[in-house]
Design a protein around this ligand. Sequence first.
Ligand SMILES: CC(C)(COP(=O)(O)OP(=O)(O)OC[C@H]1O[C@@H](n2cnc3c(N)ncnc32)[C@H](O)[C@@H]1OP(=O)(O)O)[C@@H](O)C(=O)NCCC(=O)NCCS
Length: 191
Amino acid sequence: MSGQGKAEGEQSSLPQKKEPASIDKSASPSGAQSPPLTIIVSQATHSDIPDICALYKKVWDEHKGKIPAEFEKTWQPSPLEFTSQMEGVTFFAARKDKKLIGILGCAMADGSARLVHIAVEPEHRKLGVGGALVASGIEWAKKSNASSIWTEPLTRFTHAIQLFKKLGFQEAGIFHRHLWKEDVQILEIVF
Ligand SMILES: CC(C)(COP(=O)(O)OP(=O)(O)OC[C@H]1O[C@@H](n2cnc3c(N)ncnc32)[C@H](O)[C@@H]1OP(=O)(O)O)[C@@H](O)C(=O)NCCC(=O)NCCS
């Protein structure tokens, strides 16, 4: 990637404060500077639902036939299905030029925060967007007074596991044949 990244987070669920989430990627491998990539991370609202569903469709269409059919169905919700998925989950959206390019859900349960359903548009990967979303989730969890934050990608999603580890998550074990017969990697940060 050759862009310079800068993300600003505006977490409207939290007391009015603007939270810059830095995803600084300063220079290309050649040393050439590119125009800054400005990504805004903010809480998603119901008006984002059509764009979120379109993003999930695009992202998981890439995996069509390679993941169990149950995943395709669950991870590509209709707007109506996603509306109910939003209940009790704070979704953060990453936008570039107002276009939604990434999404992540954060849910509190029993004092612990869980990250769900991260996805970044294929054209905007490896630019720090996923990192900015996860950083917003961690910030949200801390401000929500969570004792820990955890997530459970399929073990086969090594790119996602790398992403979470880069943001400080540590491996905490594997649940075998846990999700439609797929192993999942438990990752956590204990605050
Ligand atoms: C996983 C995903 C969200 C990452 O988003 P992203 O915006 O590309 O992530 P970032 O640019 O912030 O990458 C941060 C780090 O994650 C890791 N990473 C991201 N993509 C990777 C890849 N394809 N291979 C290996 N590591 C990868 C790297 O450590 C990277 O740091 P680096 O750029 O310094 O190498 C994105 O690939 C995606 O949407 N994939 C499809 C959906 C999916 O698999 N979701 C996970 C379900 S649990």
